[in-house]
Design a protein around this ligand. Structure first.
Ligand SMILES: [Zn+2]
Length: 73
């Protein structure tokens, strides 16, 4: 007897762009652990810095969004 895994590894999140406030949908692959990456806003074309942390103990996903504005010289 085989059991297919029905665990949702892809989480759909809705975020808003820190630059322009545009809402966008993200598909987060939680199977690979923590992720730190950039997504380009389709509205204003600025980079959005995303930091996903998976809290396995509490079975929660923490998503930090920032614009990285301070690092622009
Ligand atoms: Zn934007």
């Amino acid at each position: 007897m085989s059991q297919e895994s029905t665990l949702q590894k892809i989480k759909n999140m809705r975020i808003s762009c820190p630059h322009c406030g545009h809402h966008l949908h993200l598909s987060l692959d939680t199977s690979g652990g923590d992720q730190d990456y950039y997504e380009e806003c389709p509205s204003c074309c600025n980079d959005i810095h995303l930091n996903m942390h998976i809290d396995e103990y509490h079975q929660k996903i923490q998503l930090a969004i920032d614009s990285d504005d301070e690092q622009v010289f």
